[in-house]
Design a protein around this ligand. Structure first.
Ligand code: AMP
Ligand code: MG
Length: 317
């Protein structure tokens, strides 16, 4: 059930329920971070493997000590600059944070979401919320209440509607290694913005045997339809001629190709707008019964880097 009733959401969360809720990045599937029953439900409904930890959402920086210890000065500086906002910090966890939340790691991922509905909800609770994205494991992330409803229906207590997510892709995840800032997942906060505060960062987002941040999983954010990313759309169209194809394009339509099978992310060539529209465009194309979706690689700077990361992962089998 989709609803804008925050009081009802509060009630469900207090009674060990799980709900879809809006943040500025994507919709989350939220439950009480201290309640293992709710957390188990989240893993079950998402079909998420338990080695994949969850992000803890708090209402403000003043609650950080409730979930984390040993907070380096740079973590404070970044949190002060970017919270509420799409920056997730990996910090040493407080011992009472359930191991299920952190997949037995000694770190916890934490952030303050920048969405009025999410903040209003958190302000009415005396516990933080764990909230992974509200999509089944590896599927396209949800940026509208209907996406969550379509995925989970009555498997969850409700979807709290807060409109379309403004950032549209997941948070950027960073950790600290000997006082060096390490980026584990590219996201809605660009590297350039972080580096203005922290100086240069180390980027470790390639898959490794030991996955540190599961947003790093190679296949992720993927439509059911075959999906490829390319710098040269025409070449791929020639190669796959005869197939029913949809195009996901950055800033301009391809002439001489059926317009209804094309989605342009931002005619203004604005990467922020492109990020906001990305997942909804992928949801739409995925519903069109196409043989193949061909996505155009975006410029490799700013949020373009994060969007390309998602497109590459969506293209993995
Ligand atoms: P989701 O919200 O579905 O993108 O999932 C939350 C993401 O947070 C996971 O995919 C992980 O990348 C990351 N994460 C959460 N907790 C930790 C942790 N303790 N260490 C590393 N990454 C984490
Ligand atoms: Mg996710």
């Amino acid at each position: 059930m989709i609803s804008t009733d925050i009081n009802l959401a509060v009630q469900h969360l207090k009674e060990n329920g799980i709900i879809g809720f809006p943040t500025e990045t994507v919709y989350g599937l939220a439950g009480n971070a201290f309640d293992t029953e709710a957390i188990h439900k989240i893993f079950e409904v998402k079909k998420r493997p338990t080695f994949n930890p969850l992000i803890v959402h708090i209402k403000g920086i003043e609650d950080l000590k409730q979930v984390a210890t040993e907070i380096p000065p740079m973590a404070h500086e970044l949190a002060n600059t970017f919270w509420p906002g799409p920056l997730t910090l990996l910090l040493k966890k407080q011992p009472y944070i359930p191991d299920l939340v952190t997949a037995n790691l000694d770190t916890v991922a934490v952030r303050v979401p920048n969405h009025p509905v999410a903040l209003s909800l958190l302000n009415q609770l005396d516990f933080p919320l764990v909230a992974p994205s509200a999509n089944p494991f590896t599927n396209i992330s949800p940026t509208r209440a209907e996406h969550v409803e379509n995925y989970f229906g009555n498997q969850i207590n409700m979807v709290l509607d807060g409109g379309e997510c403004s950032a549209g892709i997941e948070s950027t995840i960073i950790g600290f290694n000997n006082n060096k800032v390490v980026v584990y997942r590219l996201g809605a906060l660009s590297l350039e913005e972080i580096e203005k505060v922290s100086g240069s960062v180390l980027l470790i987002t390639k898959n490794d045997k030991k996955t540190i941040a599961p947003g790093m999983l190679l296949k992720h954010y993927a439509p059911k339809t075959d999906f490829i990313i390319t710098q040269n759309i025409q070449e791929e169209l020639d190669w796959y001629s005869g197939q029913k194809i949809g195009l996901l394009l950055f800033d301009s339509y391809l002439p001489y190709f059926e317009k209804k099978n094309q989605i342009v992310l931002s005619e203004e060539s604005d990467l922020k707008i492109a990020a906001r529209k990305l997942y909804n465009a992928m949801h739409k194309l995925d519903k069109m019964n196409l043989d193949l979706i061909i996505a155009e690689r975006l410029p490799d700077y700013g949020l373009g880097i994060s969007i390309n990361d998602r497109l590459v992962r969506a293209s993995k089998k």
